[in-house]
Write a protein that binds this ligand. Sequence first.
Ligand code: NAG
Ligand code: NAG
Ligand code: NAG
Ligand code: NAG
Length: 783
Amino acid sequence: LASLPNVVAVRPIFIVDKPKDPAPLRTAKASDDPALFPLGQSPHIMTGVDKVHAQGYTGKGIKVAIIDTGIDYRHPNLGGGFGPGFKVAGGYDFVGDDYMPGFTLPVPDADPLDTCDGHGTHVAGIVAANPGGPYNTTGVAPGATLHAYRVFSCGGSTEDVIIDGMLRAHDDGMDILHMSVGYTNGWADTSMALVAKRIGDSPGRVLTISAGNDGLNGAMVMSTPATGDSPGVISVASVDKCVLLAAGSPYTVFSFPLTGFLAPLDVPETPFPIYALSADPLSEDTACEPLGDDVLDLAGYVVVLRVGTVMPACSSCTGKLRRQGRLAGHPHRALSAGDFPVGGDNRIAKLLDDDDGVMLVNEFNKGTKVTVTFTQSGGAEDIPMTERGGLTSLYSSFGPTNELRFTPHVAAPGANITSTYLTNGGSWAIKSGTSMSGPYMAGSVALLLEANGRMAGKDARAIFESTSVGVSVSHEKNALLQTLAQQGAGLVNVFNALNVQSSVTPGDISLNDTTHWKGTHKFVVKNNAKGKQVYQLAHLPAGTTVTINPGAVQMNQWPLPLIDAPVSVKLSQTTLTLPPGSSATVTATFTPPKNVDPKTFPIVSGWIQIQGSLGDSLKVSYMGVAASTSDLQTLATGEFGGQEFPALIYYDNQGPSHRVVIDLVGANTDIGSNIPYGSSSSRAKRAPWSWWWPGLRKASADGSFANVPILGNAAEYLSVPRLQPNLIPYFSVTFPMKFSNGSDIPYGQYKLLLRALRPFGNPDLEKDYDVYVSEQVGLVESL
Ligand SMILES: *[C@@H]1O[C@H](CO)[C@@H](O)[C@H](O)[C@H]1NC(C)=O
Ligand SMILES: *[C@@H]1O[C@H](CO)[C@@H](O)[C@H](O)[C@H]1NC(C)=O
Ligand SMILES: *[C@@H]1O[C@H](CO)[C@@H](O)[C@H](O)[C@H]1NC(C)=O
Ligand SMILES: CC(=O)N[C@H]1CO[C@H](CO)[C@@H](O)[C@@H]1O
């Protein structure tokens, strides 16, 4: 097909899983569940949206497409109805409830109600929920109009169905297309990414797309279509919230700080007497053994217990305790109310500070009648998220794209977000993921389009990138700034974006790799203020990531170490004086760092800061790689289950490859692999002509495949990502097998030749492939 003259490309249609969250969803059980209670507004404080709301902007008149699982528009905070005049004013259901991708056909209809998942309903609330309701959460753009494009049935979706949704949203004239949807694939030429690009390139259209939740898998694991290569595409990373708000202090008798989970204990609000399992406040094994018959019935008591500080001990203890149905064990000191169910969401134990536990046991030993009350409601209390609050969420996917383009673009709050949920599923839920930060940006763009006019759409990404706030890798003093490969330009600040009196374009710069280094970039600074502004320009580097550990072949999973090894930047001007309405062009020249090992595939990134005398603070963000990308090993090898197989064992950690081919060659073909395999082997040095056919000893003169004696093709995969999407058996061939054209393979003796094109390689040249040749494989008639 691909060789026909009018065929541009042949692409597989991938099944797309329903969006998965990196943390479990929690629904509200009661209207005073402090885990859900006025949580709502802390993201708006982090992003300046509270101040934008105070200025009167709500996204009124802006149309946002939610391409997702549908929307439960019956929810009162989402307008309570569907159709013109309602908040959810239109849309379409492309799938129906029962569509099972790969098994049944979609059954479209006109009603995009979210019937079984809740993901789209949660996303919609983050964009545009009305204020009010039991938790008073307000969407970012409560005045915006939503259209629901339901592309996920209760069973999933496929890429072509999602593309139908995107095209219809485009045709329906949506200003913003939001997609908390995708699958792991860092290439910009997946079908969805190409459609995203074309929509993003059409005037006035903005797509906000979640970056993905593969942060624990290391660099270059963007989700597609967030890889779409258009200035109209904004890919969105996630930042943890700074503060959770919980209702009520946990106890009335003692004021203990919460050290664990936030849900209130599901017990009556009556005072409980306490009972200590051991008179020794430091005894660690009191909770391990079943209680003897001499112990009084503990229902109605709060049991103070301490279990070992090591997890295995804890879990064996809790197992026994759970069977006994009375107590909860925790790897620390715990308060536990007797006879209430343990585990799951119905937690009935609270962790205590050591000192408090010792004090309670001592009081019990003395015979003091101490009671503990678990307050179920009351005044709100701020719980600062001291460890990760305000930092990138661990799950947030790293860029850049496999083409080394700057991505993700910006970050928004995405962890522990309270929003609307299925009306028959509790109506409110807390969810985490870039699925939650993505719609935050959709709402933010709606506020921008309302304030600055729809034409601002074409610069929306640059406006948000240049006004966002960079975050550090940790809260430690002198911590390096987080790589832009995870945070993009930084945490979005919508107030800055709407109120800044200057602009800079472009908002981001891609430096590529050392082989294709693009070191010289121009950007334009414009003063839109009524008065003259003097700007100071300076370079602010972020930490450089070590993507592959020294000596290793495979890319690092989380954590990606950060080192202080910045690029150096020369600016043509470091001071600019601009009268009102005028602009100036600045040239920045970037040089890769010298003190890094290219084998560690370091990702460099940072900002050019532009500080205006009227208070404007702008920046241009950059990203690049201080190594040659074509040196990345595309085929991962190693042992499996302690065995070295005469085969290439799949590790979920191979490099990205634009083309992977499995061919059959004759068993006598004397050819070799050019990659190491097995646990002991180290990376082969790649000569310019690095794999060859000893029998021939000579490449075809033009470097093509003319001399390669291939018997037939078994499989070919295009745009293979760094990680394996779970449904596709990459690089595998099962026997009995057929050629890829469907013909049977004749009985005989063969070898399998697996080739993977290295990044930026030429698909027509042998030298640009990583090669693995199997042992001999016989295909014989069974008797
Ligand atoms: C609910 O939220 C809105 C918007 O954030 C705020 O104006 C209002 O005061 C809140 N209402 C209550 C009862 O807290
Ligand atoms: C980096 O260079 C390669 C090779 O020329 C090219 O294919 C790729 O598009 C470039 N990436 C960017 C972001 O310019
Ligand atoms: C399929 O491919 C094999 C190997 O290239 C070839 O021998 C065979 O003729 C092909 N079959 C068809 C129907 O084209
Ligand atoms: C209290 C709470 O819900 N915390 C969650 C916040 O989100 C992170 C994921 O980023 C979860 O791991 C926490 O459990």
